[in-house]
Design a protein around this ligand. Structure first.
Ligand code: KDG
Ligand code: MG
Length: 409
């Protein structure tokens, strides 16, 4: 199982995805996801120019040793670019090991703890009625948990509202923009947002009662005291969790939120290492850990962190948006199935192009995800199809407040 080749595949079936492909001397191929949206070329260069040569000739089965080698053996460590590159390598090695021994990754992590994973979808509405309608449509497919977002009443009055290149209204997501739109302003006003957040949440609870669970993502846009106030005011509406209320550096801010409110807290898509979540987990400042398997170094550290979180009654709700590839969704699902403290899984629909490239062993139906028993990650990658979708240079949009100052993303 000596590593012969480490390659990357960059493809854009709608969004850009970076795949790591590792081939062993005996011809086993493993794939991993190394997608970091808006920074694809930086990760690609880290892999091809700086990391690949360390791996050639090593035993692909020594996953932990290779993880340590790349993480701290090569000195520069941490941060989203390097941890995403490492995640791609790590996932590809788990894929190789599973294929070598003909077992799925979840079997190597102790086997399944559950038969299916409860999933949630994003829903967005430019009015609260439109939001409720979107939820009803999804409920018809069996989904019972929603991460809701909305446009503030005031932002709807702004001229550029219906021409927002940075917002995919149907997906309810801020998305990458092309170069010509890079300077287009996206205005943010925390006061308006906070006022509307409480009103929209009350409306949804009133409309749907306890038939659905609700998650709201604040995307680190609050200061700690603003977050504490919002969490307190949201208490009557029983969120499953309030996501990323503050920036990861404000660990004490999480204490402040806890001090004032019992609204459950989810955190983690910006964490890059176990050290980032150590205190939040140990002090039980969070209830759901939302690390991103592709930006956190892969399966190896995510699984270790999940085990640690279990000791503190923190549940895992991996970040699972459309800006990481189905390879990442497969990797996180293998971990989800193998841990007792699984919470819930963020889920997305794949477009036709994506389905042409990635053939996963994951199946969504009636609000739940199931996983088959193909070896490794269980994802077949059609490299010829991937070549048909050339990389497109795209940029993350920027938020500015009403004075024109940069605001948290
Ligand atoms: O590119 C950033 C996205 O991954 C992020 O905005 C999605 O916050 C997100 C979520 O919870 O899915
Ligand atoms: Mg989020």
């Amino acid at each position: 199982m000596q590593i012969r080749k480490v390659e990357t595949i960059l493809t854009c079936p709608g969004r850009n995805y970076l795949i790591v492909k590792i081939t062993t001397e005996d011809g086993i191929i493993g794939y991993g996801d190394a997608t970091l949206n808006g920074r694809e070329m930086a990760v690609k260069a880290a892999l091809e120019e700086h990391l690949a040569k360390y791996l050639i000739g090593l035993d692909a089965g020594r996953i932990t040793d290779i993880w340590e080698l790349v993480y701290r053996g090569t000195y520069w460590r941490g941060g989203p670019v390097l941890m995403t590159a490492l995640a791609g390598i790590d996932m590809a090695l788990w894929d190789i090991k599973g294929k070598r021994y003909q077992i799925p990754v979840y079997q190597m992590l102790g086997g399944k703890c559950r038969d299916r994973l409860r999933a949630y979808y994003h829903v967005h509405g430019h009015t609260r009625e439109a939001l409720a309608e979107r939820i009803r449509q999804r409920m018809a497919d069996g989904c019972t948990c929603f991460r809701y977002s909305f446009d503030t009443k005031d932002s709807r009055k702004e001229d550029q509202y219906f021409n927002q290149p940075h917002q995919d209204i149907s997906l309810g997501k801020r998305i990458e923009v092309t170069e010509e739109n890079i300077k287009m302003p996206e205005v943010w006003d925390t006061g308006e947002y906070c006022r509307d957040l409480i009103a929209v949440t009350a409306y949804l609870r009133d409309t749907f009662g306890s038939k659905i669970d609700l998650i709201h993502d604040s995307h680190e846009r609050f200061t700690p005291i603003q977050a504490a106030a919002a969490a307190k005011r949201l208490e009557p509406y029983h969120l499953m969790f309030l996501e990323d209320p503050v920036e990861p550096v404000y660990t004490e801010g999480l204490e402040l939120i806890r001090h004032h409110s019992v609204t459950p807290i989810g955190m983690g898509e910006l964490y890059n290492s176990i050290k980032d979540c150590l205190i939040p987990i140990e002090k039980h400042l969070i209830d759901y850990l939302r690390i991103d398997i592709s930006h956190y170094g892969g399966i190896t550290p995510s699984w270790k962190t999940a085990v640690m979180a279990e000791q503190h009654a923190v549940r895992i709700a991996f970040h699972g948006p459309s800006d990481i590839s189905p390879l990442a969704h497969a990797a996180l699902a293998h971990v989800d199935f193998a841990i007792p403290n699984f919470g819930i899984q963020e889920w997305v629909d794949y477009n036709e192009e994506l389905n042409r490239i990635f053939h996963t062993d994951l199946h969504y139906a009636d609000g739940y995800i199931t996983l088959g028993d193909r070896p490794g990650l269980g994802v077949e990658v059609d490299e010829e199809a991937a070549k048909e979708y050339a990389y497109q240079s795209k940029f993350l949009p920027v938020l500015r407040d009403r004075e024109g100052a940069v605001h948290n993303w």
